[in-house]
Design a protein around this ligand. Structure first.
Ligand code: ADP
Ligand code: ADP
Length: 228
């Protein structure tokens, strides 16, 4: 579903943040990108929705070279969740979640029904939380809204950049279990950046272990951990 072909990204100072990277993520697979800070994980992810353009190489999503896809169109097809999800402060939780369906031109009623469904899916009862504003939620709840919003247009691909990195460990564990349950239902193709190896092991079908600009190993968690 996502395929990197000899992708290199050099920033202005000339160093390769991502260096001749080739790998593939299968449909419905969740690959965690793990490694120390600065090794190229976020750069890898942001090239998939064209927030960053590769210096050379090709990226395909569902077989299509994304260099030929309008970035705005591409971002509608790819869900994106970051560490501190930016919600519209003057919109309710339900309105925030319905943003993308609105942009896609859905009828207001249908967009709101879809939003309520998604809030349910991420463990937020829409009848309790739907009319709240973002500052009336805990950090963990805001991240859940971020996941719901990213799923709103039912994108085949989900990019997650340390989505549970800014919440305390207890909440993080709960978000991880909920996300696993959610993923077993929706089966998105997911790239998930984390610097937490435990999180990478728990969530990943496979783990991509990064060194400087390169994937040093891409295997199932048990293999990465050295089990026979
Ligand atoms: P990670 O996500 O693994 O922490 P990044 O992909 O953010 O790593 O960064 C990889 C390398 O590219 C780092 O050395 C970082 O300093 C550099 N880098 C990232 N973004 C930029 C930028 N906009 N301009 C210049 N260098 C950058
Ligand atoms: P979570 O595990 O989802 O992060 P917390 O344990 O942080 O939740 O919060 C527990 C409860 O407190 C939640 O039901 C949430 O609605 C409520 N809560 C947290 N922060 C706020 C706030 N700023 N305003 C209103 N309610 C809040």
């Amino acid at each position: 579903m996502i395929r990197f072909e000899h992708v290199t990204k050099r920033y202005a100072d000339g160093t390769a943040a991502v260096d001749d990277l080739s790998f593939e993520v299968a449909e419905g697979e969740l690959v965690t990108l793990v490694g120390p800070s600065g090794c190229g994980k976020t750069t890898t992810m942001k090239m998939v929705n064209r927030l960053i353009e590769p210096t050379s190489g090709r990226i395909r999503v569902a077989g299509e070279d994304i260099a030929g896809v309008d970035p705005v169109e591409l971002r509608r097809r790819i869900g994106y969740v970051i560490q501190q999800v930016g919600l519209f402060p003057h919109k309710t939780v339900l309105e925030n979640t319905a943003t993308v369906p609105h942009l896609l031109g859905w009828q207001r009623k249908r967009a709101r029904e879809r939003a309520a469904e998604l809030l349910d899916l991420v463990g937020l009862d829409p009848s309790v939380y739907g009319d709240r504003y973002p500052d009336q939620l805990s950090g963990g709840q805001r991240q859940r809204v971020g996941v719901a919003r990213a799923l709103a247009a039912d994108p085949p691909v989900l990019l997650m950049d340390e989505p549970f990195g800014a919440v305390d460990p207890v909440v993080r564990e709960r978000l991880q279990s909920e996300f696993l349950r959610l993923q077993s239902q929706v089966r998105k193709t997911v790239l998930f950046v984390t610097h937490d190896i435990e999180e990478a092991v728990r969530l990943g079908d496979r783990i991509a272990v990064y060194g400087h600009g390169k994937i040093e190993q891409l295997d199932a968690p048990a293999v990465v951990l050295g089990a026979p």
